[in-house]
Ligand binder design. Structure first.
Ligand code: HEM
Length: 142
């Protein structure tokens, strides 16, 4: 998948804005996913899933950092996400349909926090970016 310069700008600008608040932003995206799609909680039975918990903030921070790293390597996501792809496909075996649910929750959190910048054009770029990230994370299932 290739990204235009305008798409890359929309992706990297918002990624830079969420990275200083990685734990909070990631915890909010996870909380939105668990509330809207409770079936996703099955993968996290070992976590305290209450809103703002230490587990959610720590895991949310990891997700946002991984997204920040991916945003800096949009032309080489396979390489940038290789070890995370091994983890999700071979060890965690997360059902691929769940990636859309997290991607949606991340986009809703972006819309809530950056209503001006996250306009339709930026959303389209992020939707494409998160689909590309998700494709890599589910590419090693067998
Ligand atoms: C672990 C990123 C989607 C379930 C992780 C880790 C990262 C990550 C960075 C930590 C890896 C480590 O500790 O080395 C992402 C990204 C996603 C994504 C960027 C998509 C944009 C999902 C989805 C699910 C999921 C959709 C399930 C609904 C898990 C689980 C763990 C994990 C269960 C292990 C948690 C633990 O026990 O610490 N993910 N993930 N991930 N992910 Fe994902």
């Amino acid at each position: 998948m290739t990204f235009s310069e305008a798409e890359k700008a929309a992706i990297s600008s918002l990624a830079a804005k969420i990275s200083p608040h990685a734990d909070d932003f990631g915890a909010e995206a996870l909380d939105r996913m668990f509330l809207s799609y409770p079936q996703t909680k099955t993968y996290f039975s070992h976590f305290d899933l209450s809103a703002g918990s230490k587990d959610l903030r720590s895991h949310g921070g990891k997700i946002v950092k991984a997204i920040g790293n991916a945003a800096q390597h949009v032309d080489d996501l396979d390489h940038a996400l290789s070890s995370l792809s091994d983890l999700h496909a071979q060890k965690l075996r997360v059902d691929p349909g769940n990636f859309r649910l997290l991607s949606h929750s991340i986009q809703v959190a972006l819309a809530a926090h950056f209503p001006g910048e996250f306009n339709a054009v930026a959303q389209a770029a992020w939707d494409k970016f998160l689909s590309a990230v998700s494709s890599v994370l589910v590419s090693k299932y067998r």
